[in-house]
Design a protein around this ligand. Sequence first.
Ligand code: DUC
Ligand code: ZN
Ligand code: ZN
Length: 484
Amino acid sequence: MPEFDLVIRNGTVATASDVFQADIGVRGGQVAALARGLGPGAREIEAGGRLVLPGGVDTHTHIEEPRSPPTASADSFASASASAAAGGTTTVICFARQSAAKSATDAVAEHMARAQRSRIDYAFHIILTDPTPEVLERQLPALVEAGHRSLKIFLTYEGARITDAQALRVLAAGRRLGALVCVHAEHHEMIAFYTEALLAAGLTLPKHHAWAKPMVVERECVHRVCAMAEALDTPVQIFHVSGAESAAEIERAQARGLKVWAETCPQYLVLTADDLDRPGLEGAKFLCSPAPRTVADQEALWEALRRGVLSNVTSDHAPTRYAGPDGKTAFGEDAPFTRIPNGLPGLAARMPLLFSEGVSKGRIDLQTFVAITATNPARLFGLDPRKGSIAVGADADIAIWDPTRKVTLTNALMLHDNDHTPYEGMEVTGWPEVTLVRGVPVVEGGALVGAEGHGQFLPRGPYAMIAPRGVFPTPFNPVDRTLL
Ligand code: DUC
Ligand code: ZN
Ligand code: ZN
């Protein structure tokens, strides 16, 4: 009689703090035992010579998000979740987008319906593009109570951005309700000024996208968001930090004691602005916002990851096909950079790139890799102790890695519905062989074996990590309108 549904035997288990030899016994989708020499399982996986890691938690993914025609997202929940699992990721947080035309309640309900096809577990950030009193005071409290404990705002992008005055109201709502506010931080008016000037000067190539939003545009806005977070004593996460100057702003805010967390993404660790300058419209494959920067910025980001200034690495998965009427080239080969949809596919590549460029090349240790790809994001977004680590009682979300396998990245390996990967041809060392979600294989030996609909919604309750500090610049609390 087997003692476990599954035993993973003889592997090297890594968490954010330890690396040790152990078998893992799985029962009912959870880790039931963690010790050497466990009894038999109904199924056994031999993991000698392999790393047994917590499945990745990717907390910034655009999955099946409706877009303005003609462009469209290249993935469904079925394909995006397959892609995530191909790269060792077992949980995603994606976006339900409220707009002037749609209530936040409806946006969440519609996205929940789409997510029923997910093969891996998921939660939502609620994007607020029209944060009216009705949304903030009536809809949001119920949505947060239902487990949607994070909000996203854009300070740039026509049609999505909100003003600083609106951002302050969202921050106040996040503080009152216990929801973490995440911010796309770039100075909208500076970008608009630059863009108008570049177009007028005939500088319209993909590489000029990076000229339209240089680092100062991001650095200023990161500083402003930190100041707003300080003024309202509200924790925030800054999304997709792209280089040294923004990382320095974040470090300054953290040194002041603020609860400011920040992520970066693989595109800022392995691509540069030069990639946008590939022949023809090829550079469109690398066009994302913020723009990729320089090699010196990449090294500054690694240093910020090592020192904990940046706490997590996400994909910002936002796939658009290159070809076709809804693709990056929808407006033709001569399209100006302003007509090229922003965003890169990255769900599958995130962990292999991080492992290879980070662990295999000696930039970070294995525990840091686990921390920034799984444990920290799970904690930051209230998914722990169920997600983000390997521990008795946690979900058996596990990626079994061959740390020595060399793989040349191809689009086919990504298991997404996109027609390209910006990482085509890159060689990585280290690859996930099996990805398990709650003990059930989703990808095994590169083949998709997990069923659509296996994924579960992860409601998130209140959690201490994002509790405000209770520190304001004056003895007045402007959110609750009380004296301290
Ligand atoms: N930048 C974003 O902010 N979102 C999706 C794609 C991108 O490049
Ligand atoms: Zn963004
Ligand atoms: Zn994004």
